[in-house]
Design a binder for this molecule. Structure first.
Ligand SMILES: [Fe+2]
Ligand SMILES: [Fe+2]
Length: 171
């Protein structure tokens, strides 16, 4: 390979990495950023004493959480459950169950009148459930992802995750 080809190839790969829509982060980077967003919203929710703000925060949590959870199930949990490893299958299924528990709690919260003891209790439970879930997910599920999928596969998972999220309708 001559010098010019080498330079051209290097330039192409740099441009490729910089072109929007082509450069892809690792799926785990995207998941982490979304987890942090939900964590912040939950902290604001349990600290809020204003009914209007509480309702706005619940709506924001729902918009952030529901597409995240459905796409995560499809792209991450199903991939983990599809592995031959028994432990991985259990962890993927555990994720599904925890998501269903957060779905139920979020629905309840959405129906309750804001700033009531019942609402505050549901907000607290949702925060606790999700903090536990995110902690375990980032530890156990991510260990499976890191161990079983290459950098390229994880970039592809990120594309699939973003596409799957777009298809989710939040009721
Ligand atoms: Fe997640
Ligand atoms: Fe999750």
């Amino acid at each position: 390979m001559n010098v010019r080809t080498t330079i051209e190839r290097a330039a192409k790969s740099v441009m490729g990495a910089l072109t929007p829509g082509e450069a892809q982060p690792d799926i785990l980077e995207t998941l982490h950023a979304e987890h942090e967003e939900v964590r912040e919203l939950l902290a604001k929710l349990v600290n809020s004493d204003a009914a209007r703000e509480q309702k706005q925060l619940v709506a924001k949590i729902k918009q952030a959480l529901v597409p995240h959870a459905r796409a995560e199930e499809k792209v991450v949990y199903d991939a983990i459950i599809g592995l031959r490893d028994k432990e991985a299958k259990i962890e993927g299924n555990e994720g599904y169950i925890e998501h269903s528990l957060t779905d139920v709690t979020l629905k309840k919260l959405d129906k309750l009148s804001a700033n009531t003891p019942e609402f505050k209790a549901a907000a607290k439970v949702l925060k606790e459930l999700l903090e536990h879930h995110i902690r375990e997910e980032e530890k156990d599920i991510w260990a499976q992802v890191k161990e079983n999928f290459s950098d390229e596969q994880r970039e592809q998972m990120n594309r699939d995750f973003l596409a799957a999220k777009k298809k989710v309708k939040v009721a």
